[in-house]
Write a protein that binds this ligand. Structure first.
Ligand SMILES: [Cu+2]
Length: 90
């Protein structure tokens, strides 16, 4: 069991959070999902590879990547619903 933190793009409302939560819960091995909409991040307790989690989020329409303190290539860009971020509730 390990906990990984992912940064997720495209989440801008409560139903995005639901979609992300459902997408992750559908992954085998995932036991806990904690979405932080404000921080655009998700903490996941899972027994599977983080690549699988990232892929599941990508399939759901939310490009994600592992949150790493060293990563400097992830500017916090805000996208509103209906914006170029492809929000679910457009
Ligand atoms: Cu939304």
């Amino acid at each position: 069991m390990s906990t990984v933190e992912l940064s997720v793009k495209g989440m801008s409302c409560g139903s995005c959070v639901l979609h992300v939560t459902e997408a992750l819960n559908a992954v085998e091995g995932v036991t806990e999902v904690d979405v932080d909409l404000q921080a655009a991040s998700v903490r996941v307790s899972a027994e599977c590879d983080s690549d699988v989690l990232v892929a599941a989020l990508g399939d759901a329409g939310y490009p994600a990547q592992l949150s790493s303190p060293a990563a400097s290539s992830s500017p916090a860009r805000k996208t509103g619903c209906g914006g170029s971020g492809g929000c679910c509730c457009k």
